[in-house]
Design a protein around this ligand. Structure first.
Ligand SMILES: CCCCCc1ccc(-c2ccc(S(=O)(=O)CCO)cc2)cc1[C@H]1C[C@H]1c1ccccn1
Length: 248
């Protein structure tokens, strides 16, 4: 992917998102708004030009899967429709490389707002841990809005794009899923099993709705959809992996 025109941006945004994901939620600005078992979901209330763009940060711990497995199922287009319940259609516009793709997703309409679509590059990468050089166990998937010749936004600058009989508003998003594998080595030197694995997850998301939607509607949607999404996704990955050989 190093040769692709997007590479400098992919490299920069992925590094920025890794750094951002590692910042704790201790500093008072984050508000805890959902808890479910090990999952903690935080948000900051922010508006850009009167649009709600509340940044979200979730932390979660899932036993029995590796960070690679979690990121693999998040990145791969083959499984997305199994766990993403808010999209109507998904298309890979370009396969930049084995670890980088460009997606176009049409999201289900959220009444009374107009229907949205999302066009973004998605990049999967293993991250050497600067603090712990032999921790080859951190993986990240970064998704960031981009343009693409095969899915232009309407030139009127209102991010409205014609579809067959209506219009989509294009959202602007930056998302990062950072997963670290923790291994509790078995006492008696036995082979590692899934019972010895724990995956520590940090999920960060900023979705700018792209066009006007009532703050109350957006905040209600985010409050409902994000916990549901992370719970469904992590359970899906556990179920997909539990009877398969471990992939680090
Ligand atoms: C009036 C609603 C305007 C915003 C609609 C919208 C668009 C994209 C997105 C979104 C796009 C991508 C991602 S992801 O993490 O990269 C995974 C791949 O799909 C995540 C969320 C969200 C929402 C908001 C529904 C809200 C919502 C919240 C969590 C999940 C789904 N929907």
């Amino acid at each position: 992917a190093q040769s692709h025109v997007l590479w400098p941006e992919i490299d920069r945004i992925t590094a920025e998102q890794l750094h951002y994901a590692r910042q704790g939620v201790g500093e008072g600005v984050w508000e805890l708004f959902a808890e479910d078992g090990e999952m903690r979901m935080y948000k900051r209330e922010e508006e850009v030009n009167g649009l709600v763009v509340d940044p979200l940060k979730a932390v979660h711990t899932v036993k029995g899967v590796t960070g690679f497995e979690m990121c693999h199922y998040f990145f791969s287009p083959d499984y997305r429709l199994d766990w993403e319940t808010t999209i109507e259609q998904m298309k890979v516009l370009e396969k930049v490389s084995d670890d980088t793709m460009i997606f176009l997703q049409i999201h289900k309409r959220v009444w009374p707002a107009s229907q949205r679509d999302a066009l973004f590059w998605s990049h999967l990468r293993q991250v050497p841990d600067s603090r712990d050089p032999d921790a080859q166990n951190i993986w990240i998937v970064c998704n960031h809005s981009t343009e693409h010749h095969s899915a232009p936004e309407k030139s009127n600058g209102k991010y409205i794009r014609e579809k067959s009989n209506g219009k989509y508003i294009r959202v602007f998003l930056t998302v990062a899923l950072v997963c670290q594998t923790m291994i509790e080595p078995p006492k008696n030197g036995a082979q590692i099993t899934r019972d010895d694995l724990t995956c520590k997850i940090t999920y960060c998301s900023v979705v700018n709705p792209g066009g006007w939607a009532p703050a109350s509607v957006l905040r209600a949607v985010y409050k409902r959809e994000y916990p549901k999404f992370l719970k469904k996704f992590t359970h899906y990955v556990y179920d997909q992996c539990k009877n398969k050989p471990i992939r680090f």
